[in-house]
Design a protein around this ligand. Structure first.
Ligand SMILES: [Zn+2]
Length: 123
């Protein structure tokens, strides 16, 4: 079956996104270290005004971003595995080709737009 997907272009796009996500995770790890150290020495952070986000809020913002990025990396790895298996670009739910435009915008997409909308509504 001919697919609209271009596995080579998709792999390059996926690897770029993966590298971005990994860099994002490294930045978050640094941020978490800063927050942890800030907590430990109890020093006031004079770069932030007292009305600004608390350390706890910053911590949960960072860990939230971290889990989002981990989910993204896992999705990207799964997409790369689908390229290797020759299944890339087909919806994992209905098996139809995922639109090229959707894959350009979201190369790790594993559902066609119809299935994605369907699942979104039911969740
Ligand atoms: Zn589908």
């Amino acid at each position: 079956m001919t697919s609209h997907a271009e596995p080579h272009a998709a792999r390059a796009a996926l690897e770029r996104r993966r590298a971005d996500a990994v860099r994002g995770l490294a930045r978050i790890a640094d941020g978490l270290t800063v927050v942890r150290e800030g907590r430990n020495d109890g020093a006031a952070d004079d770069e932030h005004d007292p009305e600004g986000p608390t350390m706890a809020a910053e911590w949960s913002r960072l860990t939230g971003g971290e889990s989002d990025l981990r989910v993204e990396v896992a999705a990207i790895d799964a997409a790369i595995a689908r390229i290797d298996a020759g299944e890339y670009g087909s919806c994992i739910r209905c098996g139809r080709a995922i639109g090229a435009e959707r894959l350009r915008a979201r190369p790790e997409a594993e559902l066609c737009i119809d299935c994605a909308r369907l699942l979104e509504r039911s969740s």
